[in-house]
Design a protein around this ligand. Structure first.
Ligand code: B12
Length: 592
């Protein structure tokens, strides 16, 4: 089944930037870019990370990646050097560092100063990029806020000139909309140019796309996620002359799904891939429990790499990750742990039945190819030029995951399934989320249920950033309590959100926030609400923290205690908000 819609639904513009010009401009730029040499390149005598990865694949070496998320670039450099040295002294090798760039890095350089800052790394000068790649002989993965962002071209040039040869993150084009940046055409065009530029460089550059950062987590069928990776590969490799490298893992809970996805990627790609993230969604506040999850997913990821190397470096996630951004000690600890697992894995790998993994990989490939073919046919029938990378990227971005799945998903029709189709391979997080929602509803005292249902509430629900699960959970629970919902979307701008709540007659705003801007966002929202005379409760949940001005650790601190004074109600959990809602005066009472 394919969709039936018209081009103007997704591409209403009379004219878009000319794709031939964009590609030509990108290729011309490549001539003026001088690829730099990093400490990693000098140490291993390679011209790119891809070359190094191929060498490791031949040697059967399992590569490891550490994600580093401090805000200050000097502290980041010192942490990189320290982590590498401490592991080296133990006889262990760290292959790559991934830098968690701050979302403010996605704005074009001239706009950055006045834009909201999150908790992650900010690089102000060219020198800082150079110093970062010189800090340790470890490949530098510029995986976030480069490709897919308004600053794609500027950031890609900086990265390549500093010696970076893996750049991401194409999937973020769809989901990492920056606050106050509405121009998705510019964002997609900049990404097209940057990718075309990398394809014309004299060195090999991988275009990383973390499938979990894009629409992956919102699809209910993993085959759609794989299918979108196939579409992206077509866009990057065939339409733009770049080299696509798919990444995944944050959202993948079961070893079988992890192994099968890795195996399916190995079968469809001839270039080395970037990295497999550890499963971040499974962690909670208990470090001992987290260690059990860590050992579980790492063991099977290692076994999968031993069976079928893909060039993916594995990313063991520090056990503190649920609570806060991990520090150097925690990163060193998790790498020692993982190196010991690698040493032991050779004895486990032969015990695994790879036939089961292969069978699921077959399903993913068959389902993914069906998704890709449905999408290419559906877009073409709608009048979208499927040989035009800009049109393709924009159409995907604007269609969104729910429509893409409903239109092109490979599952058979099933009215009871969330998107009307039975998943080929179910997404565990969506299933888990639905379980959380129904548990919450079941556990709610009947008098609270009755009180909320009685109130005839309208809720305006939004997320301040890309994290959508908290919002989805809120929607499910509000729906279960007969609360009408105004959808404020994700990456919601404070002014748009205030206007939506006001125009839609919302009784309250429920805000989910994760990027370490809980307080500053609430303050901006209250300013916007005051401008239009709106005074309703604002419930805030998620990660209620922020990096304090002038912090010398650059780690975020809890701000829940300050939200009340800023006009919000801090909600450590759903129950806090539900108790407040049951106690609020009803519509009739307020009118009177
Ligand atoms: C899933 C996830 C992602 C996914 C999001 C997928 C998606 N489309 O939703 C992806 C991979 C895309 C992602 C990206 C990023 N992430 Co993230 N992510 C997470 C993760 C693993 C889970 C969060 C989640 O959704 N949980 C599921 C929800 C349902 O459960 P919960 O959080 O426990 O929420 C409970 C309550 O808080 C409540 N709740 C939630 N919201 C609300 C709202 C209201 C009103 C109420 C009443 C209740 C409520 O509901 C739940 C049940 O009680 C956390 C780490 C972790 N294990 O928590 C990091 C985490 C939130 N991410 C983090 C970061 C830094 C990022 C990035 C900025 C990294 C980067 N530089 O690229 C980007 C975001 C960039 C952007 N543009 O916004 C940090 C935040 C750091 C901080 N503030 O201290 C965390 C904590 C990881 C870490 N330790 O570093 N992430």
């Amino acid at each position: 089944m394919t969709a039936s819609f018209d081009r103007t639904l997704l591409l209403p513009e009379a004219e878009l930037p000319d794709i031939t010009d964009l590609i030509a401009e990108g290729r011309k730029l490549a001539k003026s870019v001088s690829p730099g040499r990093s400490a990693f390149m000098e140490h291993y005598g390679v011209s790119s990370e891809a070359e190094y990865k191929r060498r490791c694949m031949e040697e059967g070496r399992i590569m490891l990646h550490a994600q580093i998320g401090l805000q200050d670039s000097g502290q980041t450099r010192r942490a990189c050097a320290e982590i590498w040295e401490r592991l080296d002294r133990k006889g262990y090798r760290l292959d790559r560092f991934g830098f968690c760039f701050d979302n403010s890095m996605g704005y074009p350089p001239h706009m950055r100063a006045g834009m909201p800052r999150g908790v992650s790394l900010v690089m102000e000068t060219e020198k800082e990029w150079q110093l970062l790649t010189a800090a340790a002989p470890v490949a530098c993965h510029f995986g976030d806020f480069v490709i897919g962002q308004p600053a794609a071209v500027e950031n890609a040039i900086m990265a390549v000139e500093a010696g970076g040869t893996t750049l991401g993150n194409l999937a973020q084009l769809y989901t990492y909309r920056l606050l106050y940046m509405d121009d998705d055409v510019q964002r997609a065009a900049a990404s097209v140019m940057a990718i075309a530029m990398t394809g014309a460089l004299p060195i090999e550059v991988l275009i990383h796309s973390n499938n979990d950062d894009g629409y992956g987590p919102i699809f209910t069928d993993l085959a759609c996620c794989f299918g979108l990776a196939l579409v992206e590969r077509h866009i990057v490799n065939t339409l733009l002359g770049g080299t696509y490298a798919a990444s995944f893992g944050n959202m993948f809970r079961t070893p079988l799904n992890r192994m099968a996805y890795q195996c399916a990627l190995a079968r469809i790609s001839d270039a080395p891939a970037s990295m497999v993230y550890g499963n971040t969604t499974v962690y909670g506040t208990d470090y001992t429990e987290n260690r059990a999850f860590l050992a579980n997913y790492m063991t099977f990821d290692i076994a999968a790499q031993m069976g079928q190397p893909t060039g993916h470096a594995l990313v063991p996630i520090p056990v503190t990750e649920y609570e806060r951004i991990p520090d150097a000690d925690e990163i060193v600890e998790v790498h020692i742990f993982s190196n010991r697992l690698i040493e032991r894995a050779a004895k486990i790998q032969p015990l695994i039945d790879f036939g089961v993994v292969d069978a699921m990989a077959d399903d993913l490939i068959a389902g993914g190819e069906k998704f890709r073919d449905n999408l290419l046919r559906g877009f073409a029938e709608a009048g979208i030029d499927t040989s035009n990378a800009l049109e393709m990227l924009l159409a995907i971005l604007r269609a969104g995951p729910r429509r893409l799945e409903a239109w092109f998903g490979p599952g058979v029709a099933d009215e009871t399934a969330p998107r009307g189709k039975r998943a080929v391979v179910g997404m565990e997080n969506i299933v888990e989320l639905e379980r959380m929602g129904s548990d919450s509803l079941t556990a709610l005292p009947p008098e609270q249920v009755a009180a909320i249902q009685d109130r005839d509430y309208t809720a305006c629900i939004a997320s301040t950033d890309v994290h959508e699960y908290g919002k989805m959970l809120l929607e499910q629970v509000m729906h279960g309590l007969d609360v009408e919902i105004l959808d404020g979307g994700v990456n919601a701008d404070p002014d748009d959100l205030a206007a939506l709540a006001c125009d839609g007659g919302a009784d309250f705003i429920a805000l989910s926030t994760y990027n370490g801007m809980a307080l500053s966002y609430l303050q901006s929202l209250r300013v916007e609400m005051a401008k239009i005379g709106l005074d309703i409760p604002v419930y805030v949940g998620g990660r209620l923290n922020q990096v304090p001005e002038g912090s010398n650790t650059s780690l975020p601190v809890d701000v829940s205690g300050k939200l009340g004074a800023a006009g919000g109600t801090a909600c450590p959990d759903l129950e806090t908000m539900l108790a407040c809602l049951a106690a609020l005066p009803g519509r009739g009472d307020r009118a009177a």
